[in-house]
Ligand binder design. Structure first.
Ligand SMILES: Cc1cc2nc3c(=O)[nH]c(=O)nc-3n(C[C@H](O)[C@H](O)[C@H](O)COP(=O)(O)OP(=O)(O)OC[C@H]3O[C@@H](n4cnc5c(N)ncnc54)[C@H](O)[C@@H]3O)c2cc1C
Length: 265
């Protein structure tokens, strides 16, 4: 990585003006991904003086600043309570604590990384992203959008979720990207299912959960049908880590296991 200038922004407005002044200017999160990418930058804009490293719990939501580190996020009590710990669990598999003390949730979401473990778990919850100057968008819509961002991600608003979640990262070794991420969340017998690192970015199967949410009983046949709908509606592919066929077997197995785990019978 090559950087010509580094600047601490005094306000979000200043950061925004600077970001849009030159297409080679970028916002700095923890710098972990930027550092290992080969791209060069005119100015890196640091938001560290703007109070974006706070986690604020309200009655219904958890408001997470973009500069909150992955380790602060995973160890926060309110985050640990989400879905009985599955979001914290999805973060705890990302490299070591030293790395997670630097990487930020803002850099993670803004990057829309296909292999992101935490994006896969968060996608099953009600999550809104707040951008400066004035945009609010769901995590799902953001992941479906394309192109370089001209706005600044300031906060991630997570609706408190007292249901139960399941998260599984399948990888060859703990330090490698996932071959497949699987997340299932259930609250009042309403389910959400997402697959990440497929190898494209995480996505939900609305069709599978529409089917599952209508069932009166969770039989083996219902589980089998749900897993099949997931495979029919979420496109899996091959890359050097795994074939599409192997990912399909993993998805079928862990979707069924996840639904069973989050269902209190
Ligand atoms: C070697 C390595 C291995 C990894 N392995 C995994 C893994 O197994 N699982 C996993 O889930 N993740 C993994 N990651 C990703 C990691 O968890 C982080 O998500 C990623 O590195 C970005 O974190 P950062 O805060 O350092 O972002 P940065 O590198 O600072 O920024 C990343 C991008 O986001 C932009 N950006 C940052 N903040 C904002 C903002 N507030 N508004 C707008 N744009 C912004 C930057 O301009 C840049 O384009 C890995 C990363 C590395 C480097």
């Amino acid at each position: 990585m090559e950087v010509n200038h580094y600047q601490k922004a005094k306000s979000l407005e200043e950061a925004y003006q600077l970001l849009n002044e030159n297409s080679r200017n970028s916002i700095l999160g923890g710098g972990t991904w930027l550092k290992q990418a080969s791209s060069s930058h005119e100015t890196l804009i640091d938001l560290c003086d703007l109070g974006l490293n706070q986690i604020i719990e309200t009655k219904d939501t958890i408001e997470v600043g973009a500069l909150v580190t992955l380790h602060d996020l995973e160890s926060n009590e309110a985050i640990k309570a989400l879905g009985q710990g599955f979001v914290s669990n999805s973060i705890s598999h990302i490299l070591g604590v030293g790395f997670r003390n630097v990487a930020t949730i803002g850099g993670t979401i803004a990057g829309r990384y296909a292999f992101s473990d935490v994006i896969t778990s968060l996608l099953t919850l009600d999550v809104k992203l707040i951008f400066y100057p004035k945009k609010e968008v769901s995590l799902e819509d953001f992941l479906n959008s394309k192109g370089k961002m001209s706005d600044i991600l300031t906060h991630i608003i997570i609706k408190k979720s007292p249901g139960k979640g399941f998260f599984k990262k399948v990888s060859s070794t703990t330090l490698e990207f996932a071959i497949l991420d699987i997340a299932v969340y259930q609250e009042n017998y309403k389910y959400k299912i997402s697959l990440g690192s497929r190898p494209s970015v995480a996505m939900l199967s609305h069709e599978a959960t529409d089917f599952l949410n209508k069932q009166e009983k969770l039989t083996e046949e219902v589980l089998e049908q749900t897993a099949q709908i997931v495979l029919d509606t979420i496109n899996l592919g091959s890359n050097k880590s795994a074939t599409k066929e192997y990912r399909s077997v993993l998805a079928k197995t862990y979707v069924k296991r996840g639904i069973k785990e989050v269902t209190t019978l």
